[in-house]
Ligand binder design. Structure first.
Ligand code: COA
Length: 158
């Protein structure tokens, strides 16, 4: 397995990979992935085995708060889960973050996404305090707009 930045020729396969990663993630449009490959590839690592993407992280450095990197999607192919791939991909983002002297990775999660919560916690992310809890997870109401309540996780970087 190799880790490489997202490139335009990989867009179709990555879109497919994210499409089968549901129900908590869903594929965006090819134009979105073109943007990610052209403007954000250093924080969009892809795990490739043979010639097939088996994991991907889509993340972006904030222009408004340049010390922050927001992680939009993390997906590992169902046949390759629990092998550390999400951890390796997020580590790649951390390495890029370190070169920019960023201070924080953060992401949001659906409170019902038990595998994702376990992954964030195992990798050292902290559940940011919210205004209510769901299944023991702190949730911030309306975080992504009216009715879009989210659990927020962050990883402080040195
Ligand atoms: C969440 C997801 C990305 C994790 O990917 P992964 O490559 O399997 O994760 P890793 O192998 O790096 O797991 C690291 C650790 O997280 C924890 N973990 C991961 N999946 C878990 C699960 N289903 N149950 C319990 N713990 C889990 C474990 O501690 C694991 O270490 P271990 O296997 O040594 O015990 C994967 O389950 C996935 O693609 N889910 C669907 C897409 C999604 O919902 N993404 C998150 C929202 S963006």
């Amino acid at each position: 397995m190799i880790i490489e930045p997202l490139t335009v020729p990989r867009i179709t396969a990555v879109e497919h990979l994210i499409g089968i990663g549901g129900p908590f993630v869903w594929a965006r449009t090819p134009s979105d992935y073109w943007l990610y490959a052209q403007l954000f590839s250093s924080t969009c690592p892809v795990a490739v085995e043979g010639d097939r993407p088996i994991g991907v992280v889509i993340a972006f450095r904030s222009q408004d708060r340049p010390s922050d990197i927001y992680v939009q999607d993390v997906v590992t192919h169902p046949e390759h889960r629990r092998k550390g791939i999400a951890g390796i991909l997020l580590d790649s983002v951390r390495q890029q973050a370190a070169t920019w002297e960023c201070r924080r990775l953060y992401l949001t999660s659906e409170p019902d996404n038990v595998a994702a919560q376990a992954t964030w916690l195992s990798l050292g992310f902290v559940n940011v305090p919210g205004d209510h809890t769901v299944n023991g997870v702190a949730v911030i109401s309306d975080y992504k707009g009216p009715g879009k309540h989210r659990a927020v996780y962050e990883l402080a970087l040195k």
